[in-house]
Design a protein around this ligand. Sequence first.
Ligand code: XBP
Ligand code: MG
Length: 244
Amino acid sequence: MLSALLFDVDGTLADTERDGHRPAFNAAFMEFGLGWEWDPDLYGALLAVTGGKERIRFHAERIGTSLPDDLVVELHAAKTRHYTRMLAEGGIPLRPGVRRLLEEARAAGVVLAIATTTTPENVTALLRHSLAPDGPEWFALIAAGDVVPAKKPAPDIYRWALERLGLRPGECLALEDSHNGLRASLGAGIPTVITVNGYTRDDDFTGALAVLTDLGEPGAPYRRLDGEGSGVVDLATLRSWHGR
Ligand code: XBP
Ligand code: MG
């Protein structure tokens, strides 16, 4: 029985990394006069580290510097400010099929929740500006950021969400876009559908229910990347994959 859909945010609800988070990090680095610039390729490599503060610390170490913790926190707060401003300017649309599936699930009384590594303000800003002014209220739970110390690929954020929702993993389905995200959701025992993006196309998705280009829209169907098939992902599709 499928009672809830748990959505990852970055790369899944919207293509936020390359032209959202990345330029926001760069704007913060400029503001602080660090002289760092993360180009799209370097950023792709840095995505192996989840969490913005963790990513900044990792990069600093790699180039042989270390930043005091309060500076990392300030730098990251500036990045969040730049990023949420970009979202407020309507900068980042939802991926194909996301709004359609959310609307269908909501109308059918399927519980909607978020399980993400990103900062809570980023999630509410995306949902408000790219989904609907009351977008955050569509979700029974927004599990985000530092509420659990161990970020994806650790399963902690999904386990935390399951506990709050009072649901068993088998009653849920997760939607993810990356190997790290899949490890987190499967680690919590939640069957998972993947929609890839430019950064994650070549990730290892062993164990996923299905690997798709996107959720598809009428007239612009998804393509399955782990076998044959194409179409539009709706609740009936998810229920049939979930039931296998
Ligand atoms: C998202 C992340 C985040 C964002 C940046 O991973 O790794 O770090 O890139 O967000 P997922 P913050 O899609 O698996 O949740 O800077 O707010 O951490
Ligand atoms: Mg993601």
